[in-house]
Design a protein around this ligand. Structure first.
Ligand code: XIL
Length: 347
């Protein structure tokens, strides 16, 4: 019987987790143990985002990212970079001049190029795969009206991939987004990748984030996207998997609450802990998801969880701050949950 996720799926796809600053600096020894034992790929939860690694025009903060890459190299892991061009967690100064006015297209392209050269260049030959552009699409499949699009125009997508290719010719270059199971957004991503390919830009993969709920999305919708992206001739990865067991007011993921248990609407928490009924739903949901991944393991390159344990998941703070969520395979005591066993069984 397999003793770890990476061993269980070694002939199928990489299995990984997103790491935070405490974990990469060795300040969370128990999490680090799990990471070394369970995973063969890692992603940086925040530390390579523009605001973390390049907070001010001439200030780069490479220490956390260096620690992250060193850890991946020591463990011989597939190292992911996340992310180069995004509308979130990018400082305001990037888009403004000294008077606070929007910069010109030329200036913004130059800033993008410098940033990508500096960051992807530093980890050339070390970071194996970059999320070059993150979340460029609206749910209806149109391009998001980000500052990148507003100032540069559609060309920003192509430029981001060109700059990344130039900074590290060997790295895999990905387009990454959430809700890619939605038919209209799926079609938008297909158009986006095709239009880059038609311009002679090689896109190596599409990352489906995979922030899912207990019931939505359907396996059929996820499967249709795996096939659609694979048909473009690119790799498919699940880049940020978690399953939200709490309700989500925005409807993006999440679940109905089990009304037989005490649920605090204000703090968005089951006051007596996770009910067994919900634990079972979570287990079944992970099992069906990994059955699907296994079925398409010829198309799927990597499955990465967005966190390690329930304790470090961003879903304790999103979409409501300070809630208690249970989205991961390991609990707050770093112990495997029934969902972990179910995932191993799917292998
Ligand atoms: C999240 C992190 O997990 C949080 O710690 C941070 O406060 C906000 O960003 N899509 C992405 C990830 O591509 O970068 C986001 O990560 C989650 C949604």
């Amino acid at each position: 019987a397999p003793v770890s996720l990476k061993q269980a799926f070694k002939d199928d796809f990489y299995v990984g987790a997103a790491l935070n600053g405490r974990q990469v600096s060795g300040n969370d020894a128990k999490a680090l143990n799990l990471i070394q034992e369970q995973f063969n790929t890692i992603s940086p939860e925040n530390l390579l985002k523009w605001e973390s690694v390049h907070p001010q025009p001439d200030v780069y903060n490479f220490e956390p990212a260096d620690n992250y890459v060193t850890l991946g190299e020591q463990e011989d892991m597939f190292i992911v970079g996340h992310t180069l061009v995004w509308h979130n967690q990018t400082p305001k100064w990037v888009f403004e001049d000294e008077q606070g006015k929007p910069v010109s297209k030329e200036v913004l392209l130059k800033r993008m190029e410098d940033h990508i050269n500096t960051v992807a260049g530093r980890y050339k030959g070390k970071i194996d795969s970059w999320d070059v552009v993150n979340e460029a699409l609206n749910d209806d499949g149109t391009l998001r009206q980000s500052k990148w699009l507003q100032i540069i125009g559609e060309e920003y997508l192509q430029k981001a991939f060109e700059f990344a290719r130039q900074a590290d010719p060997e790295a895999e270059l990905y387009y990454n987004d959430y809700n890619l199971w939605k038919p209209e957004k799926r079609a938008g991503a297909v158009r986006l990748v095709r239009s880059l390919q038609e311009k002679g830009i090689k896109v190596d993969g599409v990352g489906m984030q995979g922030h899912y709920g207990l019931e939505s999305p359907s396996l059929e919708d996820i499967e249709a996207s795996i096939k659609a992206f694979s048909d473009l001739g690119v790799k498919v990865s699940f880049s940020e998997v978690d399953i939200d067991v709490l309700p989500n007011p925005s409807g993006r993921a999440g679940a109905d609450i089990d009304a037989t248990f005490d649920f605090d609407e204000k703090y968005n928490v089951y006051t007596t802990g996770l009910p067994d009924s919900v634990q079972q739903q979570l287990t079944a949901r992970y099992a069906e998801l990994f059955d699907l991944f296994k079925k398409h393991s010829d198309k799927i390159d990597r499955v990465t969880f967005w966190g390690v344990t329930d304790n470090d998941s961003w879903l304790n703070n999103w979409p409501i701050k300070g809630r208690t969520s249970y989205p991961m395979l390991f609990d707050r005591e770093y112990q495997p949950k029934p969902a972990y066993e179910a995932v191993l069984k799917a292998a």
